[in-house]
Ligand binder design. Structure first.
Ligand code: HQG
Length: 183
């Protein structure tokens, strides 16, 4: 599997494990997990440009720069980023650091400062622990992303719940505008 094929298959894993398992007739359990052999069989049944084998998936899990996928006891799952509403991956409820950061496109900023950060199509708002990570996230949508600083400590003290995913992404249900500041 060359790098290009690896990226393509990794994208497809994100699709079926976070958004659309029905694309290959797969069912995820309540925690968003499915059996690795079943996943492989169903990808191959659908048809893929090459025969997908266990070692391909294992390599994607191991190499992923953001540790998007976890594999344990023959079960595989995406650690965060879901749009599916009927699965809840295991998250740790945390007391957040004083500040967290959110990188976004400039064109979204006025709406965000008006109504707060919303999960949009995903289950959670995604937050970063530092400006560099937030800049990377925001760069997906804008070459000069805007970074919002979230007063996470204050939001938490006033009732907002924060979680950490298995791959260390900070998550919240919604972040009200009063805790946001443009940097
Ligand atoms: C914006 C990637 C208007 C929000 C990254 C973002 C991350 C609003 C977009 C993960 C809004 C949603 C998530 C409001 C939020 N009005 N726009 N009220 N509230 N937005 O992709 O945070 O590669 O769902 O700023 O690394 O960009 O998938 O969220 O621009 O961790 O593993 O609505 O996706 O990880 O976009 O990125 P997304 P995100 P993966």
């Amino acid at each position: 599997m060359d790098k290009k094929n690896q990226k393509k298959l990794s994208r497809f894993l994100a699709l079926v494990l976070r958004h659309k398992p029905e694309a290959i007739n797969l069912k995820l359990d309540a925690k968003g997990k499915c059996s690795l052999p079943e996943l492989i069989a169903k990808i191959n049944q659908r048809g893929w440009p090459f025969e997908v084998k266990r070692e391909h998936i294992e390599k994607i899990v191991a190499d992923d720069s953001k540790k998007r996928y976890a594999l344990e006891d023959e079960m595989i799952w995406a650690q965060q980023g879901h749009s599916l509403t009927d699965v809840q991956v295991e998250l740790t409820k945390i007391t957040p650091p004083q500040y967290l950061y959110h990188g976004t496109a400039q064109r979204f900023v006025s709406q965000i400062l008006g109504q707060g950060l919303r999960p949009m199509k995903r289950q959670h708002v995604h937050l970063s622990k530092d400006v560099a990570t937030a800049t990377q996230v925001g760069s997906r949508r804008d070459s000069k992303p805007t970074i919002l600083r979230v007063d996470a400590k204050k939001a938490h003290e006033e009732g907002t719940e924060f979680y950490l995913s298995g791959n260390d992404v900070y998550l919240a249900g919604k972040v009200e505008a009063k805790y946001l500041e443009m940097m």
